[in-house]
Design a protein around this ligand. Structure first.
Ligand code: GLU
Length: 306
């Protein structure tokens, strides 16, 4: 059983690795974050909440937002259309922002690489970026059980000003007929969804919903259809940790989705949701200390799926 003492030991173990990582250097606002932050929050289905370290420090959700947008796009376009016409479900082995495979295979490999996530963002309904973002924000607040979640404007401006690689991906997708609609509007929504402030506590709750087959753990309201919660957990296992997903499956062994803001969301099905925050990233873009916390917990509690 997970105890506060085990969580504190895991945090202590992870701390040693923060100095080895770097904050995301390509987004000016993220570069400035204190890289020694580290926190972990775990929530189980009986209402137990355990926290250690910097669990209430806000950070931008970044790629973890791709879970939320994927659920909305499945609802809006249908899973068949989305996964047959727009994005695949296979790992790439390439960095998250890679452009290299777009020419040889038009459909992005999966919804979690940037090309895939921008495509998914284009499938969300709304008359403009404001309406799409309003729906995204409302759903994120629900998944995190926190109505105070808001956009971080400086990070959004920073991403918009420097996101030329994402612009290149989006225009390429438009030229290939994958991305429909207005490219700049789609990117504006994408930059905003990545720039929403959350905490490790929020992410633990979102993970708990996925672990609970898509149902709100408090009142059992269905927030995600169970079959899609299952599909998303599977995608998290194979593609959630960028091109480090294989190694993470070997050393840690459960579904997870990381973001370059330093967050990691971990749904342990029928057990608990874990949220981690540590902005010092390894060379793949995953939280260096965060991975070590999860490795410690996996070994200590023998909870690898394998
Ligand atoms: N906003 C980031 C980008 O598009 C998200 C990347 C990530 O967290 O993996 O570059």
């Amino acid at each position: 059983m997970l105890t506060e003492e085990i969580l504190k030991d895991a945090l202590h173990y992870g701390k040693a690795f923060t100095k080895l990582g770097k904050t995301a250097q390509y987004i000016p606002q993220l570069k400035e974050v204190n890289k020694y932050y580290l926190g972990v929050c775990a929530m189980d289905l009986d209402g137990m909440v355990l926290e250690a370290g910097d669990t209430r420090v806000p950070f931008t959700i970044q790629s973890i937002s791709k879970l939320v947008s994927l659920i909305l796009a499945i609802r809006d376009c249908g899973a068949d259309h989305l996964f047959h016409e727009k994005v695949g479900v296979e790992p790439t082995g390439d960095p998250f922002n890679s452009i290299v495979k777009l020419e040889t295979r038009t459909r992005p490999f999966n919804p979690f690489i940037n090309a895939g996530a921008i495509t998914v963002a284009s499938c969300i309904k709304g008359k403009d970026a404001d309406e799409k973002f309003g729906r995204f924000l409302e759903f994120t607040r629900k998944l995190c059980d926190n109505d105070a979640i808001e956009l971080n404007h400086p990070v959004y401006e920073s991403e918009r000003a420097t996101g030329d690689r994402n612009r290149a991906l989006a225009y390429y997708l438009k030229a290939s007929g994958i991305l429909e609609g207005d490219v700049e509007e789609c990117l504006d929504f994408y930059f905003r969804m990545c720039s929403v402030d959350v905490t490790a506590h929020d992410i633990a709750h979102m993970s708990l919903v996925l672990a609970n087959h898509g149902a709100d753990p408090e009142d059992q309201e269905e927030l995600i259809e169970p079959q899609y919660a299952k599909a998303i957990r599977a995608l998290m296992l194979t593609c959630g940790m960028y091109d480090g997903s294989g190694e993470f499956a070997m050393t840690v062994g459960f579904p997870a989705k990381s973001g370059v803001g330093g967050g990691i969301a971990v749904p342990l099905v029928d057990r608990m949701g874990i949220g981690v925050f540590g902005p010092a990233l390894d060379e793949k873009g995953n939280s260096a200390g965060g991975i070590k916390i999860l490795e410690y917990l996996s070994n200590k509690m023998d909870i690898s799926l394998f």
